[in-house]
Design a protein around this ligand. Structure first.
Ligand code: DHE
Length: 559
């Protein structure tokens, strides 16, 4: 059982309800809720549960939560289940206490009444949220500073290449921090619980996508960088990227939605929506899925193409943006439940986690086909992964795991005669002190691999960062308790250490110390060589910092 230490804001990552055992709780009585209760429960479900279980509750990283479901396996075996079968009291227990299957408890953030309502709500047929088409998008689109009124050259003296765009999750903001001076340049209002920031090819524009689908375009050239355009791209979203191929720099931006399941292509400098493409369709198993959500999107530097990963179908779309009106897409079949991923060092191969299938899919973007499907330990979660040269196996890409105590290293040099036998094979698994990793990071200039474990139930582990020596990976990683090193006041609640990110030069590592919404959080900057704290960036307005995106490294896909 996962201990009841996981805080409010990480609940989004939690996995499914174990369906294995029913308790014999009587059922058959129709579940009912008043309109007010239902509306509240619906909102709680959307905020806390939909990320893993899906809006239509078909299941992905989390289990299927439909009132009744029936599945026929390839061998013809039929299985049945559903929330109705589990019943009110069993569901309340699962939501309150979590399960051995990996779902954590919600009794520390939801009231007894909310848990009761949520249990009833998931026994009712799922609500289908509205669609979000071109009219809605155009209606939500705001050009705050039109292109003609924007500067023609940089109006500030900031070293823009070393700026960090930092998600202040629960504040609905990003902080732009000067990586040289460590001063907050500005805090910018964005969508709710921003997921990622990505850069335009030129490095001038930062694109920030909120969980609520609001895409904000920040112009770094303004005297004080600010939002110059915004648009609501969907009702629930996680991904955005830009056109990076030569000749298309800063021209287009693409955003993917969880709901409605679709992606939208927009003008890069105005966010004017140009084309919406639905991702509803057939899974790799040949079944129709009504909610195939857009997970990670990356931009190729060798072709005018985006790699768009569709979670539920397991289809990887290579979308050619050279002719938007006559859009050509290559559909690469991989494995279900695609989530996050990153390029190998050559930037020809994209490695993406099919997380609940416990696999990494490798796409050869030059050939436009699947290079490999690599079996891994449970629930790989690479973020964008980490590339380095292993002393024995040559170039490798690393991913951590939410569900196992390892960092997996996969060989990535199929054309190198010395190392090609290791390509797309798990060459080594580095032991971690527990499961619950979200992000790993290194830099071409570094000999360190930084690994967080924010989802681990042990406070000391979740508050630490672990550093491996790439020259000698047989050594145990060094544990650095970041919460202690930062000197923030002790608290009973865990301050999760999350998302290591390098500065432009590759000699500093920034990690977030992610405390509760009303407690002090911080960003702790380490010297990469000595692994000692250089600076602790604190500010009363630094509320729940999570992802940090260095302009140079994000622009050039350095990780
Ligand atoms: Fe994330 C990346 C989805 C929970 C912080 N997250 C991603 C990506 C996806 C995703 C699809 C890849 C985007 C890309 O590259 O285009 N994340 C989801 C979820 O569905 C999930 C599990 C639940 C949810 O409801 O959102 C989830 N993620 C979280 C968190 O709880 C985190 C820790 C804090 C938060 O914001 O809620 C979190 N996710 C991040 C970060 C990245 C990310 C910092 C970018 C990593 C990078 O280096 O690129």
């Amino acid at each position: 059982m996962i201990k009841p230490t996981v805080r409010d804001s990480v609940k989004g990552l939690l996995f499914g309800v174990a369906m294995a055992a029913t308790t014999g709780v009587a059922y058959g009585q129709a579940p009912t809720l008043s309109k007010e209760e239902k509306d509240h429960a619906k909102n709680v479900y959307f905020q806390r549960c939909a990320g893993c279980h899906g809006v239509l509750r078909k299941g992905a990283t989390g289990k299927n939560l439909e009132p009744e479901w029936k599945q026929t396996a390839k061998d013809g075996k039929v299985t049945e289940g559903g929330t109705l079968k589990l019943g009110q009291s069993r569901l309340e227990k699962i939501i309150a206490n979590g399960t051995d299957g990996g779902m954590v408890n919600f009794d520390d953030i939801l009231s007894k009444d909310e848990i009761r309502q949520l249990a009833t709500y998931i026994m009712l047929p799922p609500d289908t949220p509205p669609e979000w088409g071109m009219k809605d998008m155009v209606g939500s689109w705001k050009e705050i500073v039109p292109v003609a009124k924007r500067p023609t050259k940089q109006e500030n003296k900031i070293n823009l290449q070393n700026v960090f765009s930092v998600t202040l999750r629960d504040a609905g903001e990003v902080a732009l921090i000067d990586g040289d001076t460590k001063k907050i340049i500005s805090r910018v209002k964005t969508g709710y619980a921003v997921h990622i920031s990505r850069l335009s090819a030129s490095g001038r524009y930062v694109y920030v996508i909120g969980r609520d689908g609001l895409l904000s375009l920040i112009d770094l050239w303004l005297a004080e960088p600010a939002v110059v355009a915004e648009i609501k791209t969907g009702l629930d979203a996680r991904s955005v990227d830009t056109s990076k191929f030569k000749g298309f720099e800063d021209k287009y931006v693409i955003a993917g939605s969880y709901w409605p399941p679709q992606y939208v292509i927009m003008d890069g400098d105005t966010l004017k929506p140009l084309k919406i493409v639905s991702t509803r369709g057939i899974t790799v198993d040949g079944e129709y899925h009504p909610e195939p959500r857009v997970a990670s999107i990356v931009s190729s530097q060798i072709k005018p193409e985006w790699v768009v990963n569709i979670k539920e179908t397991g289809q990887i779309l290579l979308v050619d943006y050279s002719d938007i009106k006559n859009l050509k897409t290559t559909t690469v079949e991989s494995a279900k439940f695609l989530h996050d991923g990153g390029w190998d060092a050559s930037k020809r191969y994209f490695l993406v986690a099919a997380n609940a299938s416990h696999k990494i899919a490798v796409v050869d973007t030059k050939e436009g086909k699947l290079a490999a499907l690599v079996d891994t330990k449970k629930i790989p979660h690479p973020g964008r992964g980490a590339n380095f040269v292993h002393p024995k196996y040559g170039p490798v890409w690393a991913t951590g795991h939410l569900g196992d105590e390892v960092v997996t290293l996969i060989g990535t040099a199929p054309d190198d005669p010395k190392y090609k036998q290791y390509a797309w094979k798990v060459v080594e698994e580095l032991k971690t002190p527990g499961a619950g990793n979200l992000f790993v990071k290194t830099h071409p200039k570094s000999k360190n691999l930084w690994v967080d474990l924010p989802q681990n139930p042990e406070k000391d582990v979740a508050e630490s960062i672990y550093v491996y020596d790439i020259n000698d990976l047989s050594k145990k990683p060094e544990q650095i308790n970041v919460a202690k090193a930062a000197g923030l006041p002790e608290s009973k609640a865990t301050k999760r250490v999350v998302h290591p990110e390098y500065d432009e030069k590759g000699d500093e590592v920034w990690v977030s110390l992610w405390a509760g919404k009303t407690e002090p959080s911080a960003i702790v900057v380490f010297d990469d060589k000595t692994r000692k704290v250089k600076t602790v960036i604190k500010d009363p307005k630094m509320i729940t910092p999570t992802g940090k995106f260095n302009v140079h490294n994000t622009q050039h896909d350095i990780y």
